[in-house]
Design a binder for this molecule. Sequence first.
Ligand code: TLP
Length: 345
Amino acid sequence: MEFVDLRSDTVTRPTPAMREAMARAEVGDDVYGEDPTVNRLQEMAAAMLGKEAGLFVASGTMGNLAAILAHCGRGDEAILGNKAHTFLFEAGGISALGGVHSCQLPNQPDGSLALEEIEAAIRPDDAHAPVTRLICLENTHNRCGGTCQSVDYTRAVGELAHGRGLAIHLDGARLFNAAAALGVSARELAAPVDSVTFCLSKGLCAPVGSVLCGSREFIRKAHRIRKLLGGGMRQAGILAAAGIVALETMVDRLGEDHARARRLAEGLARLPGLSLPLGMPATNMVFLALDASVPFSTRQVVEELRARGVLVGVSGKRQFRLVTHYWVDDAGVAQAVEAFGTILA
Ligand code: TLP
């Protein structure tokens, strides 16, 4: 059965143009810095984000980890949100592998961290305290509903960070979705931050990889850390080739996914027993709650949907996450709404 797979945009398969570029890719040993395709992708990504240099990494998780380890030493503190992907879903890597202490602030409903709470969390120069080094933001913010952080907000956090001698890292796994939704460039959204990771393998459809961007000096440091993490990938140009096609062809179409997410949300919200706990989607994610009155468990709904060719993610007790992407068309959206409707009727 062909599924309408709404579990995540990470499920996206490469496009035919990507497969072709992968087959043709010129490669070399990237650990020696000799893979021309990786080098081209890194230069392209850095230029698009307005940074001096880029580093191709295996995943968003590796990009965030390498960045945070490059900014912080053992025992240093990074301020991040309590719903940050890095805090919730990256296996605690920053503390397990980097000895980095995390200070978790409550994410506001829009995914931001309150400026006054960041300010208050910065440690004084006191032997009892870890040294605050870094502030981490996420854009779009996954667990807060795929919400966007504005240029003004990012700039305000940047000014606060830099005024206090701190660095700022942006988990921009879906930064191009934020740019599309806000009508600004990814470059503007990344301008206030010292480092930024974005993913090629989510809405942009490449099979593997993310790019970490920052200053030349920062990327030199992150390059060594990538090796330490086992992320030196040799003839990675095969993968980078798909990433180049992703940047060339997939960025400008993300708005279509956002429009479909809105249609999906509208269709589902009209059904009895379903509601949108985080409101209408800002980008490509729909969070859906199942009323207590519905006589099915979350698991049963997932199974019934699967039997009707629709896959959704579970994001909490009686909560689902549905993510639109390149491989979900209008018919897929209609099929998902219809499947929920049949089950809940
Ligand atoms: N997110 C995945 C899951 O891990 C939850 C998803 O399906 O959304 N930052 C953000 C904001 C992310 O959403 C993700 C992946 C990552 C980083 C990590 O990227 P990968 O999976 O490439 O390590």
